[in-house]
Design a protein around this ligand. Structure first.
Ligand code: ZN
Length: 206
């Protein structure tokens, strides 16, 4: 005997014969966005074609799997009832099944919304991290420029040069051997003028 049912718009066909049976065109399962398997637990690792943003949160995977399991239960129950001779195409029976199915759908929808929010959070965090990395790279560029400036000043003046920050400005301290402080210059242009003066003095003496 063949029972053709429509459960919330989803065609379900139950075939029974002498106490046993089968169920086809079953209720729609929720699948992994990457591998399209209902039972996948983030283990395909998104390597099957889905992009990073498609990844599910652990919470969602759990919900998806229990949703699928609840549909397994609903279908087994319907099949068992059909085999036992219960009129599974009775509108009242279908109504009961639909209510159960709907409860599962709603539960998944709640977690799905949470999953979406979590995913958006993760994306936002990624963006922030990238920004921080970019800022960091900019910072190390500045460090590099400063090191180069200190080297230039030292080469010009023949003195030891140290750079430090004071009141938000770069200060360049010149030292003669044995740590004798020679001069401190605020800003690089001033330090360079001084270093060039020293260089000129040194070269004109030779
Ligand atoms: Zn998968």
């Amino acid at each position: 005997m063949i029972h053709k049912l429509l459960i919330l718009g989803n065609p379900v066909t139950i075939t029974t014969e002498a106490g046993s049976g089968s169920i086809d065109f079953a209720l729609p399962r929720e699948v992994c966005p990457s591998c399209e398997f209902g039972k996948c637990f983030n283990d395909c690792d998104g390597s099957q074609g889905a992009d990073e943003n498609n990844k599910e949160t652990e919470e969602y995977v759990l919900a998806r799997r229990s949703y699928n399991a609840s549909l397994d239960v609903i279908e087994s129950l319907m099949l068992a009832h059909a085999c036992a001779g219960i009129k599974v195409d009775d509108p009242k029976y279908v109504e009961g099944i639909e209510a159960t199915f709907l409860a599962s759908v709603e539960l998944l929808a709640t977690v799905s919304e949470a999953n979406k929010l979590l995913r958006e959070d993760a994306l936002r965090e990624d963006a922030l991290r990238e920004n921080a990395l970019r800022e960091n790279a900019k910072g190390s560029d500045q460090q590099f420029v400063l090191k180069d400036r200190v080297r230039t000043l030292s080469l010009l003046s023949g003195l030891e040069v140290f750079q430090r920050r004071e009141n938000g400005k770069n200060v360049f301290d010149f030292y003669a051997p044995e740590k004798i402080a020679v001069k401190s210059c605020f800003t690089y242009p001033k330090a360079k003028l001084f270093a060039e003066g020293v260089w000129f003095g040194r070269t004109s003496q030779q």
